[in-house]
Design a binder for this molecule. Structure first.
Ligand code: PPS
Length: 326
């Protein structure tokens, strides 16, 4: 197929390699949320620039057994998970008072494989990273390349689809105030599965099933449970082979980390009020409300009925259940 047939839709598509442009011609294409188009690549929806990064990641990344991979579909609590995991595995390196999380956004401390490390035609030198190396990703489980073959640990955070949708809709519209997408249109696409790294049900099921068959390698956390109590932090520390000692528990280390990574603390930090992450996003857009059940303020009864049906059809029988009210 001639590469010249590929018509870039926006500046993000202009910077693609010829190989990527040629491939895009063969992929199903839909209207994008943030970019003009999104494409179906390896069974999930993705923007063109990310497809190029993911292919580079799949060709070059060599996972180590000691790696820690923090996975999620966007707007499920990724930022929070990154902060918690970074604080847990590095707790002997930094004191709470001068902690890097007070001056850096979690996305800068735990880089995304697809948005950062392999973005913009880069091949990163990861040999200098301190062990355990912490990486973030939205890539679905089947497309994780060597991560699937290694014995590294994966922590997945999952959020109920109602709140995830509302959070996504707000976040993506913030990035394009001139041409916002209506909630009705966004909701229709979400229910059809046409959302970055989705369908959401396939993303969740990929990690859910893996967590059931390899519980020592994949930890499946739920945002709503995490909001309820600190047990998730103890579980995650144990899973990552950095369990809290009795002395740490007595000295309140778990509570200290919880407070450091809490929404209220992080939202108020200067770095998160004024900073930028991933080149063009305002860090403050990562910290909106952080509530369980905020969807009741946005979705009509018809929308709730439709999404409930999708969840039942796609996830019913899997054992995966969601808490949707606080
Ligand atoms: S991203 O862009 O995919 O990394 O976004 P992500 O972090 O996954 O999701 C953003 C939502 O998470 C809320 N948030 C938090 N909840 C609890 N604790 C902490 N520390 C925290 N930080 C961010 C954030 O407010 C977004 O949810 P909504 O419902 O939009 O408020």
């Amino acid at each position: 197929m001639a590469i010249t047939e590929f018509q870039p839709a926006d500046h993000e598509e202009e910077n693609l390699s010829d190989e990527c442009k040629a491939l895009l011609l063969s992929f199903p294409k839909e209207k994008g949320w943030r970019t003009l188009h999104q494409y179906k690549f390896q069974g999930f929806w993705c923007q063109a620039a990310e497809i190029q990064s993911i292919m580079a990641f799949q060709n070059h990344f060599q996972s180590r057994d000691s790696d820690v991979v923090l996975a999620s579909i966007p707007k499920s609590g990724t930022t929070w998970l990154k902060a918690l995991a970074f604080a847990v595995v590095n707790r002997h390196r930094f004191s709470i008072k001068s902690h890097p999380l007070l001056t850096s956004n979690p996305h800068n401390l735990v880089p995304f494989l697809e948005y950062k490390l392999y973005a913009n035609n880069q091949l990163p030198d990861l040999s200098t990273f301190a062990e355990p190396r912490l990486f973030g990703t939205h890539i679905p489980y089947p497309s994780l390349g060597t991560i699937k073959k290694s014995n590294c640990k994966i922590v997945y955070i999952c959020r109920n689809p109602f709140d995830t949708f509302v959070s996504t809709w707000h976040f993506l519209n913030k990035g394009k105030p001139q041409s916002p997408m209506s909630i009705e249109e966004g909701f229709d696409m979400y229910c059809k599965g046409i959302i970055g790294f989705g369908p959401f049900w396939e993303h969740m099921l990929g990690y859910w099933k893996e967590s059931l068959s390899r519980p020592d390698k994949v930890l499946f956390l739920k945002y709503e449970d995490m909001k309820e109590d600190g047990d998730h932090l103890r579980r995650m520390a144990k899973f990552l082979e950095h369990p809290f000692t009795l002395e740490e528990k007595r000295n309140g280390v778990i509570e200290e980390i919880e407070k450091l990574c809490s929404f209220d603390t992080m939202k108020k930090l200067d770095v998160n009020k004024t900073g930028i992450f991933l080149k063009s996003f305002e860090s403050k857009s990562l910290f909106r409300k952080a509530e369980v059940g905020d969807w009741v303020n946005y979705l009509t009864p018809k929308m709730v009925e439709r999404l409930s049906k999708v969840i039942e059809e796609r996830l019913g029988g899997s054992g995966l259940r969601f808490k949707v009210f606080s």
